[in-house]
Design a protein around this ligand. Structure first.
Ligand SMILES: Cc1cc2nc3c(=O)[nH]c(=O)nc-3n(C[C@H](O)[C@H](O)[C@H](O)COP(=O)(O)OP(=O)(O)OC[C@H]3O[C@@H](n4cnc5c(N)ncnc54)[C@H](O)[C@@H]3O)c2cc1C
Length: 260
């Protein structure tokens, strides 16, 4: 048994294929268009947004006589007017490890703009149990002792069941799977596991806003506070409108341009 902290790994992000973009810019009549976007994710959102009005330069569309210069200014305007579909084009890929099933149940409710791959506890046997200790539990030595003792007991139960049903001697994988799934039913909701989450930037912003809000559950607040730390300087023009207020030691990440 072990107490663990949730871990956040940013493992993927949108990449521009420059050759393809240049070919498109030539096609639309803006071969010299450049941007100062700090990342491909921000550049792609700008391109997709400018495509709508052909606003790569004045005159490409006779109705457009001036354009906003700079990725920062351009994307800030997108947030201001709530044209959020533009920022759906760029995506990020995260892996969250040592997070509980409490956390994963809450995360998977965010359907729009998300993709998930969750560690299968039908396949992956719980021979060891680890868990996050919530802050209220940590405040009491007695409470921590109850938490630790219960986890140790439940871990022992998993081992006992494995012995009773001789799962290690079982040759058929489908039987192992059925047994593994049966055993997990008495593992705690707080058991640490892993989930992969891919999201577009519109979904990312929405989930950061909802899940760092102080009425959200502690672990998901902790995770999305960390997510914000990981992404805020990497994509400043997509996330620069946020400010952070600390509440109960956790960041509340908020903006006046909520839910773009
Ligand atoms: C503090 C807190 C307490 C909660 N308590 C509970 C609870 O007690 N019980 C419970 O069941 N859930 C609870 N939830 C979960 C909550 O109800 C949402 O299911 C979850 O937060 C996902 O958010 P979302 O609906 O914005 O979905 P997302 O998938 O993140 O969608 C983003 C946005 O896209 C739009 N959208 C998405 N899907 C549709 C659709 N099918 N039709 C139309 N528009 C759509 C909506 O505008 C939505 O806000 C809680 C959430 C929080 C933050």
């Amino acid at each position: 048994m072990e107490f663990v902290e949730p871990k956040i790994f940013l493992v993927g992000e949108t990449r521009i294929i420059e050759e393809g973009l240049q070919a498109y810019l030539k096609h639309v009549g803006a071969p010299d268009w450049k941007t100062d976007a700090p990342s491909d994710a921000e550049k792609l959102c700008e391109v997709m947004g400018r495509l709508c009005y052909r606003s790569f330069k004045p005159g490409l569309n006779p109705n457009v006589t001036r354009v906003r210069e700079g990725n920062d200014t351009y994307l800030a305007h997108i947030m201001e007017v709530g044209h959020g579909s533009v920022i759906e084009h760029s995506v990020l890929n995260f892996i969250f490890a040592d997070v509980s099933r409490v956390f994963t149940h809450e995360l998977v409710r965010h359907r729009a703009g998300s993709a998930f791959s969750q560690e299968s506890l039908r396949f992956v046997r719980l021979d060891k149990l680890s868990a996050y200790a919530p802050m209220h539990i940590r405040e009491s030595e007695e409470g921590m002792a109850i938490f630790a003792r219960t986890l140790e007991h439940l871990e022992e139960v998993q081992r006992e069941l494995a012995e009773v049903y001789k799962i290690d001697d079982e040759k058929k994988f489908d039987v192992k799977k059925k047994l593994t799934s049966a055993f997990r039913r008495i593992a705690p909701d707080g058991v640490a596991t892993a989930i992969g989450w891919s999201c577009n930037f519109r979904a990312l912003r929405h989930v950061i806003e909802m899940r760092t809000e102080p009425s959200a559950e502690e672990e998901i607040r902790l995770v999305f506070g960390k997510v914000f730390e990981v992404v805020k300087d990497r994509y400043p023009n997509l996330l620069g409108d946020y400010e952070v207020e600390m509440v109960e030691g956790l960041p509340w990440v908020k903006t006046k341009h909520g839910k773009v």
